[in-house]
Design a protein around this ligand. Structure first.
Ligand SMILES: [Zn+2]
Length: 456
């Protein structure tokens, strides 16, 4: 048993002081502090009893510097561990960029408990066997719960469906070795017929299908040929592709998920589709919330500032922030995409994002845009957990702090300021658009299934 006492407990529904009891990897009890005198005394007695039984007691008060006079508002927060719908672990195939071990360590340090990694490895994760093998390797490391995504087509060649055709139909408790999300990652399937067939398999298996929305059709090919700037054609590409997948899903009704939305027009399409009751969810990446095309220019548009989709205008950035507040965006996903220095120099797109996501989102959304911390917890934990089918009240359920759920929790100090230095990253990818930026909020402890897997 572990007792976590004197914390500010945050999840989608809660913001109160209290104590959490963990037993056998599951949250056993949440004891909220009470104003009522009698309840208060009873709670204190109960906590005292649990502390005697526990093998570990973590007291939030111990994180307050002994020279600072105690105040409840100084206590660290206890939140559900984060759930990331979109990362690149590069394993197998690209150890110069990342390995399973370095990626899992980075995820644990970033406060993540459950992570989906994309299938664009070497070989591509296009079969049940390959996915089970990676999952088993990650489980053996024991830092996080990894769910490798399955590609839609064999070897991501866009010609023939992958083993998505062999996935069992949706059940309440699927094998833990099966994928939880399907995605062709940075490629949409060009042909409508094959794309619809993939969507039908997604519908049959009940799994979310994450679309990167980067097939812009003939219009974009023409602009590219004319030598128009990336900022122009990539915007049209994302907008056309978003419209296309929404239209295709009217026929198939799968759980469509739109990855890393970056334009205000795409947001508008998602907003409208949600009103029309089309089954879809959407994510935004921290770098699109925290950076603009000016940052990309400063870092190098075609090198260290390059990412897909590109960093956009300040107007887009504001629209994305507003969409996280008004519910158009469901989840924050890092799109952690580590590369070696030489690959970045040569223009490989993507940033290392696992270890900066929380402080960046806390600083940008909560501190600068008055987002309620409960809303941020929903965006980073409850909503993505629900998309992966972990929204239930059983021991596999996660993303909230409630009795009976998996004990995936983090402790964070919201007042702590840090300056982003990629040299301190556990990830092998040292490229961040936030280098040198001062952010607030530090992950102190990450608890996965009731075990401490990271301590700052
Ligand atoms: Zn990706």
């Amino acid at each position: 048993m572990i007792v976590l006492k004197n914390f500010r407990i945050i999840d989608k529904n809660t913001d109160s002081f209290g104590t959490v009891i963990i037993e056998d990897g599951v949250i056993k009890e949440v004891i909220a502090e009470s104003d009522d005198g009698l309840d208060y005394v009873l709670n204190e007695k109960k906590i005292e009893y649990y502390c005697l039984e526990a093998r570990l007691v973590i007291d939030g008060r111990n994180y307050i510097h002994p020279e600072i006079p105690y105040e409840q508002s100084l206590l660290p927060v206890l939140m559900p561990a984060f759930v990331d719908l979109h990362t690149h672990f590069r394993d197998p195939g690209f150890p110069e960029k990342e390995t399973l071990e370095s990626a899992c360590l980075a995820a644990a340090a970033g406060g993540y408990g459950t992570v989906v990694c994309m299938a664009n490895t070497k070989p591509v994760h296009d079969s049940i066997e390959k996915i089970a093998a990676l999952k088993k390797r990650s489980d053996a490391l024991g830092f996080i719960d990894l769910y490798p995504a399955m590609s839609l087509t064999k070897n991501m060649e866009g010609r023939e469906l992958s083993e998505i055709t062999k996935l069992p139909p949706y059940t309440e408790s699927p094998s833990p070795l099966l994928p939880r999300l399907l995605s062709e990652d940075g490629k949409d399937i060009a042909g409508d017929v094959l794309f619809i067939a993939a969507m039908r398999e997604a519908k049959r298996s009940g799994l979310p299908l994450s679309c990167h929305c980067d097939f812009g059709g003939e219009e974009v090919e023409k602009l590219k040929k004319e030598g128009k700037p990336r900022s122009l054609w990539s915007r049209i590409e994302e907008n056309n592709a978003t419209q296309r997948v929404i239209e295709l899903n009217k026929e198939t009704g799968c759980k469509l998920h739109i990855a890393h939305v970056s334009t205000k027009e795409a947001l508008e399409m998602i907003r409208r589709a949600k009103k029309e009751d089309i089954c879809l969810s959407a994510e935004v990446s921290p770098h699109h919330i925290g950076c603009t095309e000016e940052d990309a220019g400063r870092l190098g548009d075609e090198s260290f500032g390059r990412v897909n989709p590109p960093l956009r205008s300040e107007e887009d950035r504001q629209a994305l922030v507003n969409a996280t507040l008004d519910g158009t965006i469901d989840a924050i996903a890092t799109d952690h995409a580590p590369h070696s220095q030489s690959d970045k120099e040569a223009g490989a797109p993507g940033f290392s994002g696992l270890e900066t996501a929380f402080p960046l989102c806390y600083t940008e959304l909560v501190l600068k845009n008055n987002m309620d911390l409960r809303r941020l917890s929903a965006l980073m934990s409850m909503a993505p957990a629900g998309i992966l089918g972990f929204g239930g009240n059983d021991p596999r359920g996660r993303g909230r702090i409630a009795p009976g759920l998996k004990a995936d929790l983090i402790i964070a100090d919201l007042r702590k300021k840090t300056t982003v230095d990629p040299e301190t990253f556990r990830s092998r990818g040292k490229n961040s658009p936030f280098t040198g930026r001062e952010l607030r909020g530090q992950i102190l402890v990450n608890i996965n299934h009731g075990r401490i897997v990271y301590e700052a």
